[in-house]
Design a protein around this ligand. Structure first.
Ligand code: ZN
Length: 487
């Protein structure tokens, strides 16, 4: 941040942030102070404590719960008194054990496999079976191929469908598993789509329900080898597959919530959040250790302001994001009666790439309201972009569906997918300069919204949200997730 000196720039500044209660210089000074405090602060060491200290933080696992306790303690160490672990329940707990597979015929070689999340184990000792290829998993076709899959390991070959409609594919796959289980299939293998047999951690259910039968991802080259064998006339493939996961019944998970009470409009609150849970191949650094530490750091610098902010500020670290945005959704259900006082939600979960700006989730009015903040404060920080893109891919989503102004941080994601849900999502991938710049942008944006006596934008009704959802093409996906009914 630079402090303007010339008369002209002061005039520009006045015009651009005229809605703030505090004089513009004061706002700039405060924003500058927050940004400096982030830059000189412990973001990297806090991130290292989280990632190298806890590793992957699968929702509901003991390590997730320990990381939630750690985060609560961090908030307290900043002097925040109101810190809560708020419970919600998922239908099944799940922790990864070991998965291994070997091709036995037409040649013998090890296969790259990993279990999908929330998939059960094979019987102890594993299964040995022929592989059958299914390239059509429509209900009718599955029923017709019941005999074909009995006692076999099924490999999906759905490239054509996958290219057409990913949401539809997910739905078809979820519907297929119980049918295949009932037909006596032993397991399902999903071919990878990345060279070098790289596997991404994921699950296929929206609600942390246990799958009907063992599901594994199979490396792309391994899958291609098996596919070629099976499409050769008279060809076959036989494998041995063993999966051992730890599965439990209904499991309590905790979101971590901390609040700094507002000094002038305390009943109104701004929520700053990101998910604490992660997948477990790496240590959840970019997804979403950096977002977690961003929330912690913004809490630290707000607590250090030396006065209560105008509005109350709630800091939220969510569980269950990776299994279907469960923790933040459950929070909106549990706090439904006070959502009308939620002025805005600020989410961070796109990694710590070079800053860009904010997604305003399809709201033109929010974009217009953000423009002065963007022009006067964020452009100088390299984050002046505002995007209308609408997604339901992280924890701003449940709030957006309630018509609450929601911002999701945008950063350069060029290198994000290289590590996303992979073994390489580790501390060493985080660039400290970009990361701290991203955190500072969250702090400054939050400050501008919290301190403005006027709400950044109004809540919109269900019909207006429906228009945004429709324009973004999200209806089917949201219905599938069970979080949306079209008005
Ligand atoms: Zn994430």
């Amino acid at each position: 941040m630079t402090i303007c000196r010339s008369g002209l720039s002061v005039l520009v500044l006045l015009a651009s942030i005229v809605s703030f209660a505090a004089p513009p210089d004061e706002t700039h000074q405060a924003a500058n102070g927050l940004a400096n405090s982030v830059r000189n602060g412990p973001a990297m060491s806090t991130l290292r404590e989280l990632t190298d200290g806890f590793g992957g933080r699968v929702t509901g696992s003991p390590v997730y719960e320990r990381s939630a306790e750690w985060a609560a303690e961090k908030f307290r160490s900043y002097g925040i008194k109101d810190v809560r672990l708020e419970p919600f329940t998922i239908p099944h707990g799940w922790q990864r054990g070991v998965a291994s597979a070997e091709l036995l015929a037409p040649l013998r070689r090890p296969l790259h496999v990993e279990s999908l999340g929330w998939a059960p184990s094979t019987p102890t000792g594993g299964v040995e079976a022929d592989v059958v290829l299914l390239n059509d998993i429509s209900e009718a076709k599955l029923k017709a191929s019941a005999d074909k899959v009995k006692g076999k390991v099924v490999m999906f070959d759905l490239g054509r469908v996958a290219r057409q409609d990913r949401a539809k594919l997910g739905r078809m796959m979820r519907a297929a598993y119980p049918v295949l289980h009932d037909a006596g299939a032993l397991a399902v293998m999903l071919p990878g789509r990345e060279p070098n047999n790289i596997i991404n951690a994921h699950s296929t259910d929206w609600h942390a329900n246990l799958a009907a039968l063992p599901l594994v991802d199979l490396g792309m080259e391994d899958a291609d080898l098996i596919r070629r064998a099976l499409v050769t006339p008279g060809g076959k493939a036989r494998i041995r597959l063993e999966v051992e996961n730890q599965v439990s019944g209904p499991t309590t998970v905790h979101n971590v919530i901390a609040e700094i009470r507002g000094s002038e409009q305390p009943d109104e609150w701004v929520l700053i959040g990101g998910h604490l849970d992660s997948w477990d191949f790496g240590t959840g650094a970019q997804d979403n250790g950096t977002g977690t530490v961003s929330v912690l750091e913004v809490a630290r610098v707000f607590a250090g302001l030396g006065r209560g902010p105008r509005r109350s500020v709630r800091f939220a670290l969510w569980g269950g994001e990776e299994e279907g945005i469960i923790g933040s959704h459950m929070y909106t259900e549990a706090h439904i009666s006070e959502l009308d006082k939620c002025v805005a939600v600020i989410n961070t979960d796109n990694g710590s790439g070079h800053p860009k700006g904010w997604k305003v989730e399809g709201r033109k009015d929010l974009m217009e309201a953000m423009q002065p903040i963007s022009d006067s404060l964020l452009k100088d920080m390299g984050a002046g972009d505002l995007s209308m893109e609408t997604t339901y891919d992280t924890d701003h989503g449940p709030f957006m569906l309630h018509g609450i102004p929601a911002l999701d941080q945008e950063v350069d994601m060029t290198h994000y997918l290289e590590v996303h849900h992979k073994t390489s999502d580790t501390f060493d991938k985080v660039d400290p300069v970009d990361f701290k710049a991203d955190v500072a942008i969250v702090a400054v944006t939050a400050y501008a919204i919290v301190e403005d006596p006027k709400a950044i934008a109004p809540h919109i009704d269900h019909a207006a949200v429906g228009e945004i959802v429709k324009t973004a093409g999200l209806e089917e996906m949201l219905k599938d997730a069970g979080v949306w009914a079209q008005p």
